[in-house]
Design a protein around this ligand. Sequence first.
Ligand code: NAP
Ligand code: G4F
Length: 341
Amino acid sequence: MARRALITGITGQDGSYLAEHLLSEGYEVWGLVRGQANPRVPRVRRLLQDVRLVRGDLLDQGSLISAVEKVQPDEVYNLGAISFVPMSWEQAELTAEVTGMGVLRVLEAIRVCSGITASRGSSAGQIRFYQASSSEMFGQVRETPQTERTPFHPRSPYGVAKAYGHFLTQNYRESYGMFAVSGILFNHESPRRGAEFVTRKVSLGVARIKLGMAAELRLGNLEARRDWGFAGDFVRAMHMMLSAAGPEDYVIGTGRTHSVRELVEAAFAAADLDWERYVVCDASLHRPAEVDLLCADPKKARTQLGWEPTVSFEELVAMMVEADLRLLADGGDPEQDSSWA
Ligand code: NAP
Ligand code: G4F
């Protein structure tokens, strides 16, 4: 019998790569989709033809119980979230509900459907749960590089909501004996990245300038540093965590950090352009509280799971710029679906 996985956030960047990975491992994959006429669903149906869809919303407890009852998964990957940090200041309550309380609702759906209570814990054959935790929880970092033991100091409502989901996952593991783990993932990118995130904003900006479709690129803080990796590498780590002998949390990142300025330099250079002629610094794009530096120590994942990233920062930037040059030259719309080809 094929193992069965249910993925929330199937319409997002990671959902697509994880679904492809699990299908290639012989899984039956189900994706949770929300809304009456979600515009991203046709894209999922086209790209991920073997994925089955089930309706549900992280805001709606009953819909999650119904989804778990219907799918009867062996593994649940909770990737659904409001994931764009600046939006979390504009819609802080919604972010708390989706990104934070959504974790509670998924865990409760699993607990209720599995008949787990405080007195009657989990047993063999239990549903395994993966929570998409984030390096944003480290926020104003207490040490560098960051490990599984580094204390959290989140700097946005998003980071706070993720910290809630992280501790709750740990608590359900300890309270009910559930196989529930968090991957503390550092930034990971790809040609499927949403256009609002800085890597994709830059790769699209470079492509537009190169093709004569734009004259400038407006950016916020160029000094912030991130540990950027390739999303395809990171979803393998999610699967490895749920395939491990026991439930443990892991930091996943490359261990290398680059500034936004270095990202910009590399992306413009990949298209033979001089970035200083085109980039405009826009103070309105600065955040109320910035996370200045993130850098992972992925030693535990390397030694215990055997996980290694395969794509370097330079290869990632070149991959994204080349993909966006092709996309725009072919008349594709980055807000739609062509980049998912
Ligand atoms: P993404 O592309 O923004 O995808 C977010 C997903 O969440 C979408 O499929 C979206 O579905 C879904 N969603 C939003 N609201 C929902 C709701 N009320 N009910 C159900 N689903 C809902 O994010 P990503 O980059 O793939 O990241 C996946 C997860 O990893 C997120 O939880 C993110 O916070 C976390 N994470 C990401 C990174 C990174 O660098 N990418 C790093 C650390 C952690 P719709 O299409 O319906 O909006
Ligand atoms: O690409 P970003 O928006 O990603 P951010 O805020 O680091 O969050 C991403 O990674 C997290 C993991 O660490 C995830 F949990 C989260 O869901 C998301 O996937 O911004 C990266 C950096 C920031 O310091 C920002 O201030 O780029 C800086 N930046 C400078 N100019 C910009 C811009 N970011 C955006 N989005 N747009 C700009 O114009």
